[in-house]
Design a binder for this molecule. Sequence first.
Ligand SMILES: *Cc1c(COP(=O)(O)O)cnc(C)c1O
Length: 355
Amino acid sequence: MSIKIQPEAIVALRGFEMPERLGFGTVMAPVMFRARYQDGRWSDGELIPYGPLALDPAAKVLHYAQSCFEGLKAYRNGNNGVGLFRPERNAARMAHSARRLCMPPVPEGLFMDAVRSVASHCANLIPGSSGESLYLRPFLMGTQPDLSVTASRAYEFYVIASPSEAYHAGNMRLWVEREDSRAAVGGTGDAKVGGNYAASLQSIAGLKERGYDQSLWLNPGNRHTIDELSGMNFFAVMDGALHTPALNGSILEGVTRDSMLTLARDQGIEVHEREIDIDDLLALVASGTCSEAFACGTAAIVSPISELGDGDRRYRLSQAPGPVADKLRRALLDIQEGRAEDRFGWMQMVPAASF
Ligand SMILES: *Cc1c(COP(=O)(O)O)cnc(C)c1O
């Protein structure tokens, strides 16, 4: 697979001026990657200037939501250049999401070429302070213009990028969502698809006014065990051991989740992947046995949870931020930013492109 670098992309990169404030996911890099799928095969990828897409109004994605996405970060990694964190996991997960929606998986080689070429061309745009990164957003969608309910025969795969500050969600207060579900059993709960996010918005919409930040989703089948947050996985610390809901089909398998589990085991912390009943957890928070809980995902890495709200009852976690979350977050960031040895082979280094 070869990548064409459009001359206009280089012009866009040369002319780009970094704004002073970055925020998270709001400033876009001036280039993006595109590959097209038609008649059963993928085109070569191209690096092109960032800009609006031309989509037929009857494109399947707009009506039947045939689309999935990924999120990963490129870090400034010590003096070694740019490091991508476990991108092969995102490639595999995107293939899984694509299959669930009857889309052709983006071949791993094409996915890797895409994220590597965007990261290497945007190397100079990666801000330099700890926690800052280039956030990469690959996405795939069905573009065939046709209103019949069948899988699209044409697809486009893009990778856009956003130079971003560290994302601090701060201490989060979670609302235990007992009514809505974000994904159905047998549906798309373990796929990274926009529809799951759309289904979560109603629950989140009124939260701030009521003093909460995010919804905590229960399993849509049994409605009493914990699944996760809308875009982050859930962890609780009880008697020094780390507990997280076992993967069950309606939980998205986070790369950060897996990394936390690996780091915790490595540090001698006891780890349990299991069903966690919400009523049991709330009782353990009330009794103080559960003193710490946190959520994790690529964007914020680790966000402490300070409170769980259930109906008109509020349950406070005594340690937010807590020591376990803090230790794991540091260990992960030290690997990502090249201060600690990459003992698990998580970083993929990318040389900066010269142009
Ligand atoms: C992306 C996502 C996560 C976090 O996954 P990471 O790979 O750690 O970023 C967790 N839950 C949902 C629903 C997600 O979409």
